[in-house]
Design a protein around this ligand. Structure first.
Ligand SMILES: C[S@@+](CC[C@H](N)C(=O)[O-])C[C@H]1O[C@@H](n2cnc3c(N)ncnc32)[C@H](O)[C@@H]1O
Length: 244
């Protein structure tokens, strides 16, 4: 896929090479040794089906999904939000990691893509934890914020959509997620473009998203309302913990 005549940085990615690690062999080692042997069968089936989708490069990687599940279990999160579902790979990782009475409000304007993953979520026996809400993230989160009871009621949020608006999601989520809760942003290294010298040729989409992500990274680093940790997992993952 190209925009402005230059290939987008994620064009050639699928679940076997979605990493900024310099060595493909080392990444394969991590996947083969630690990640894929522990991947739930329904997640594996969904991942392989999604790899065949025309937008398959968008799905979260298996190591990132493992990280999300680990963070949810370690923090004891019960009430969670996901913005950007696509076919549901990270959503299924979340639902599997949640306790039996846990919930994930899952937001995406594209119901058709969600329907691809729904049978896998049902087969895994975790559909009762998923509350899919069709629409744009900012709108659906505003709806949640309209009810004061929702303020500080979420333990965990994962944002993987609509990159230019991450800064706005951050303000919404700092109200919805409780003090001590976790907010995770995906793609915070945007294919490595954030560190490229000014003027490096890139597609129009990459140029626009890279600027937005760099702005986000600068703001998050200066935000005293959160603890922050950025990992070079997949396309860059930033973990925030609400402090006040
Ligand atoms: C990178 S994909 C999400 C991948 C997903 N987390 C996974 O593991 O497969 C981005 C998704 O964001 C959705 N999206 C685009 N604009 C959005 C918006 N304004 N609000 C919520 N979701 C949006 C797209 O429809 C797409 O499904």
């Amino acid at each position: 896929m190209t925009t402005g005549g230059v290939a987008n940085v994620h064009s050639d990615m699928d679940s076997t090479n979605k990493t900024l690690l310099k060595s493909d062999a080392l990444y394969k080692y991590v996947l083969d040794t630690t990640v894929l042997p522990r991947e739930h069968q329904c997640m594996r089936d969904l991942r392989l089906v999604t790899d065949q989708h025309k937008w398959g490069f968008m799905q979260s990687s298996a190591d990132e999904a493992q990280l999300l599940g680990m963070l949810i279990k370690m923090s004891g999160a019960k009430n969670t939000i996901e913005v950007g579902v696509f076919t549901g790979y990270s959503l299924l990782a979340t639902a599997l990691a949640l306790p039996e009475d846990g919930k994930v409000v899952a937001i995406d304007p594209d119901r058709e893509c969600y329907e691809v993953g729904k049978p896998f979520i049902e087969k895994a026996g975790v559909a009762h934890k998923v509350d899919f809400r069709e629409g744009k993230g900012l709108d659906r989160l505003d709806e949640l914020l309209a009810d004061p009871a929702n303020e500080g009621s979420f333990d965990f949020a994962f944002v993987d959509a609509d990159k230019p608006n991450y800064v706005k999601y951050h303000e919404q989520l700092l109200k919805l997620v409780k003090v001590g809760g976790t907010i995770i942003y995906d793609n915070t290294l945007w294919g490595g473009t954030v560190a490229l010298p000014a003027g490096t040729p890139m597609s129009d989409l990459d140029a626009r998203f890279s600027v937005a992500i760099k702005d986000l990274n600068t703001r998050l680093a200066a935000d005293e309302r959160i603890d922050i940790c950025q990992l070079a997992v997949a396309d860059g993952v930033t973990i925030c913990r609400r402090l006040v």
